[in-house]
Write a protein that binds this ligand. Structure first.
Ligand SMILES: NC(=O)c1ccc[n+]([C@@H]2O[C@H](COP(=O)([O-])OP(=O)(O)OC[C@H]3O[C@@H](n4cnc5c(N)ncnc54)[C@H](O)[C@@H]3O)[C@@H](O)[C@H]2O)c1
Length: 471
């Protein structure tokens, strides 16, 4: 019977995932531990380090009851029946596989902490078998490496093992983390030891219907499933984006094409089939490259090349957008004011990691445009950090567009659909261009107002037809 759970890593995943577990399993004590004391202090305060709708209410209700945040890693790991490992696994910035492979240094240090905390409690005669759950997104076969580290510390083997390693990757999306955690499409649990898997199933079964808890998967299939899920989603967006380029060339409308494709039951719905300026966020780009790297490392260059193309087409889509902006504005944006609406990688988040808006801005700045930026959620500090201080940050869309020659929409925030575009038009230079990288504006209405409108994958504005597609 599981009484105590500990999670190493009080980050974006560990905090929300354990808060939900504590809420749904009142009989289990859940401790979230981290080497970073400021992080722990933040989790114990009213200003949590992670902002997700609904998170604060759950943390407030459970903190001090059966949920705690602590920097005493050893004690909580030693006490726990189940130890989740949810530490960061950034991409290596140097050495072998730099830019592609996962840096497993944090992950290995966590594995060693588990091993030594457990062997200390064994020495004190308090030994009990632990279930170690790999929650971080890791390369395939990392769980095996963890088993080796634990065994090397005298963890025993087979039925006598002091540790059983289980893979349970996290699939939630930023911005909807709580909803996804409370009502997941599936919970994947891969592992060799059936009792360990069953123990984790029993925890999730407090709130997840058993038919959504998948246990018929091996350790390495579970690990690969996480990479594959992100890569498939990135690939879907990229397929729509590749079609968008052809739509513009032949006068078709990518929204009509995507809708028709999505209606085919075999395709499984329209999610991630919207064309745009490119996918972003911390997971997609990284996981596609990790998948390609895994293929390369296993002697599969053709498969690796396939996945690398997903990233290459995403880069193409971003640069295609910049070139369209420049070519439309008579081949030069030098000295012209260009308003950018939206900097986050998607609506509903303040995260700019791998945001296509960052690259589009770099492209415009490279052509010496004066960029004026507005995003409803991203802080001014973050915008300036991502653009090396080279853009002006406006308080709202109207201020950003005042006096501009062109306006680019780069995040699909709802508020950009309902702006007073007549007012924006009145304040802009002539001709006034709108470049919609997210298909959010009403193209017909804006053309009636007098804008020259480009919207990714839509039939071109008659005004743009004679111009080259690329600068
Ligand atoms: N952020 C997401 O939306 C998301 C979604 C699904 C999966 N993931 C994956 O989950 C994992 C965790 O991601 P995150 O976003 O929570 O990372 P994060 O950087 O927000 O948090 C990781 C935490 O682990 C702590 N840590 C590192 N080494 C430690 C150690 N040895 N002992 C104790 N604490 C340690 C760090 O101090 C940090 O606070 C990653 O593998 C990530 O790829 C992230």
């Amino acid at each position: 019977m599981v009484k105590k759970i500990c999670c190493i890593g009080a980050g974006y995943v560990g905090g929300p995932a354990m808060a939900v577990m504590a809420q749904k399993c009142p009989s289990i004590e859940v401790a979230v531990v981290d080497v970073s004391r400021p992080r722990i202090d933040a989790w114990n305060s009213d200003r949590l380090p992670v902002h997700e709708p609904g998170l604060y209410a759950v943390v407030r209700a459970c903190r001090g009851r059966n949920l705690s945040f602590s920097s005493d890693v050893d004690r909580h790991v030693a006490d726990a029946d189940i130890v989740f490992v949810s530490v960061n696994t950034p991409t290596k910035s140097r050495g072998l596989g730099a830019g592609l492979a996962a840096d497993l240094a944090y992950w290995e240090s966590a594995a060693r902490m588990v091993a030594s905390a457990a062997s200390r409690s064994a020495t004190n005669g308090e030994s009990k078998s632990k279930i170690v759950v790999e929650k971080s997104s890791v390369p395939v076969r990392t769980a095996e490496a963890m088993e080796r580290i634990l065994l090397a510390h005298g963890g025993g083997e087979g039925d006598d093992a002091a540790f059983h390693v289980v893979s349970n990757p996290e699939f939630f999306s930023e911005g909807t983390a709580m909803r996804d955690l409370l009502c997941p499409d599936r919970v994947l649990i891969g592992g060799r030891d059936r009792d360990a898997v069953r123990a984790l199933v029993d925890v999730y079964a407090h709130w997840v219907p058993e038919d959504r808890i998948v246990t018929t998967t091996s350790l390495c299939s579970a690990e690969l499933s996480k990479l594959a899920a992100n890569a498939f989603l990135a690939q879907r967006v990229t397929s729509a984006n590749a079609i968008s380029a052809l739509c513009e060339a032949v006068g078709a409308d990518v929204s009509d094409v995507s809708r028709a494709v999505a209606m085919d039951r075999r395709v499984g719905g329209g999610a991630f089939l919207n064309a745009g300026v490119g996918f972003g966020g911390p997971g997609f780009h990284r996981d596609v490259l990790r998948l390609a790297y895994a293929c390369d490392c296993n002697g599969l260059p053709e498969a690796a090349e396939y996945w690398r193309q997903v990233v290459a087409v995403n880069e193409y889509q971003k640069s295609r957008f910049v070139r369209r902006v420049v070519s439309s504005m008579f081949g030069t944006v030098a000295g012209k004011k260009v308003a950018v609406l939206g900097f986050a990688f998607k609506k509903g988040v303040a995260d700019t990691r791998e945001s296509p808006a960052v690259d589009v801005c770099r492209g415009l700045l490279g052509d010496r445009a004066h960029v004026s930026m507005y995003d409803p959620a991203v802080s001014e500090k973050q915008i300036l950090r991502d653009t090396a201080g080279k853009v002006r940050v406006a308080r709202d869309a109207y201020e950003a567009a005042e006096g501009a020659h062109g306006l680019c929409v780069l995040t699909e925030w709802e508020e950009f659909r309902t702006l007073d575009y007549r007012r924006i038009f009145d304040g802009m230079q002539r001709p006034a261009f709108v470049f919609d990288g997210r298909n959010v504006v009403d193209v017909g209405k804006l053309r009636e107002i007098g804008f020259v409108v480009y919207s990714v994958g839509k039939p071109l504005d008659p005004w743009l037809k004679g111009l080259p597609a690329v600068a």
